[in-house]
Design a protein around this ligand. Sequence first.
Ligand code: DGT
Ligand code: CA
Ligand code: CA
Length: 570
Amino acid sequence: MPVQNAEIAEMFDHTAELLEIKGDNPFRSRAYRNAARVIERLPKSIASLLKAGEDLSELPGIGKDLAGKIATIVATHKFDVLDRLKHELPGDLGEIVALPGLGPKRVKVLYDKLGIRSLEDLRRAIKSGRLRELKGFGQKSEEKLASALAKPQAEKRFKIAEAEAEAETLLKHMRAAGHDLVVVAGSYRRRRDTVGDLDILMTARDGTAAGDRLANYDNVASVLAHGPTRTTVVLRSHLQVDLRVVSKESYGAALLYFTGSKAHNIVLRGLANDRGWKLNEYGLFDGKRRIAGASEEEVYNKLGLAMIPPEMREDRGEIALAKAGKLPKLITMDDIRGDLHVHSNWSDGTANIAEMAAAAKARGYAYMAITDHSRHVTIAHGLDPARLARQIDEIDRLNDKLDGFAVLKGSEVDILADGSLDLPDRVLSRLDLVVAAVHYKFDLSRQGQTERIIRAMDNRHISIIAHPTGRLIGEREAFDVDMEAVIAAARERGCHLELNADPVRLDLTDIHAHAAKSAGVKLAISTDAHSTSGLANMRFGVDQARRGWLEANDVLNTQPLARLRKLLKR
Ligand code: DGT
Ligand code: CA
Ligand code: CA
């Protein structure tokens, strides 16, 4: 069974941690961490990329050396570098590093001075008073650690892209046994940005055999429960999987129930009760008689509702719309005509402009904007006015050769701390579109950050604010900003906001996307791709847009090119 992306990312994170604890070259551990971030946001599994003969060293942040290591991990399920480190630094140092107030350096001190290598060791050191005597620790950190150790561990959530890579191989495994219907329900089917666990539903004549098949799946680390209708396992990546086996007559009701959300289900049950019926995971019942249950649609219709798309099932007003027959016609991938935030090897992308254009065209798009970084982002080789002028010439020449496809000239210009822009107006005015973004000073006050972004939008060359909250799921919180005010300011100025489709970003969130729609601000759903394969992340953005109830016309990059050009002009 192929190694999952989430596992490779975890191996690299763990390696980085142990290297840091060991006091190794910081560039080495940073390289592993960067690679882990790249891997966990890939739209396809590494194993399938290798199988298709793709060169992993073309991915951003992954050189020849790491590409070779990844290939070995996929072939052997082992990472010798990590194994050697674990041998050198035994115990559970990874868990200790995750505690508040402890970083690799301090964990190294604990390990060197007190021999602490597990949470249990740490508990004992606190109890015996040895910790507070250690230089740099003292009573305050002792109290902080003691209270952290007393708390149950926060539940880890998985990014939708990680969960999807797991789900795809798992479904293939289950389907290979010839079971008719196997689907993932839960938050995964509602396309939330993160999922807590996978809820798999299937119909099978022999439930025990189906459970056996899951329990014997190669990627399973432990089996928590195993019975004829329900089996629960934990995968090697720590993702939990709940399998329920249901009968064909109940399939729709079970799918409805296990898709959730819980809040949505509760309202549906209330509607059933109002009619004197009962709704549960087995069906919709009038007394003992099942009046619906084979399909979701049947259940919704019996309750007087149109079928509600899973992405909307959050009890945010969707049931009233379904009752009134006024559900929105949600955007789909087929509506997307282009990508408005793409990097090339002029800054920190890996492919050249012609390659990115060819890949975008192959996806059926009519246009794509090249938006490389501006000079302030030096680590990404941001472009100064002179290089941007040369890039503009190159794009002009490329467009002369392209047929039925347009490369738009753009920039991802940095919003400086005071809200001014990193490139002068005379340069920006030559571009088809300018995407503006915050890349540093995330810690401004809410008011300061909001004013900074609104000030940037005052510049009429700005068409779109990219990744408007700066969050990196699981790594960095969104910065503090008054999104309502930003949306209102965008509407007043004819500016647009981005829904970044990178599964690590996915900001705007569903709630903010909906607020933008309600305010009449069109969003750009953009991948921020740094490689040709990154363009495939578009679907995660579309999923999130659907969660925000967006229709095709609420989105910029569903518009034909001529109309798009008009919308970009302010
Ligand atoms: P997650 O896994 O935390 O990302 O979120 P979900 O929504 O997948 O939640 P999960 O896995 O606990 O349960 C899957 C679905 O099963 C949930 O969306 C609705 C349904 N469900 C679970 N527990 C209850 C319950 O107590 N009442 C009702 N009505 N539905 C429930
Ligand atoms: Ca779930
Ligand atoms: Ca579950």
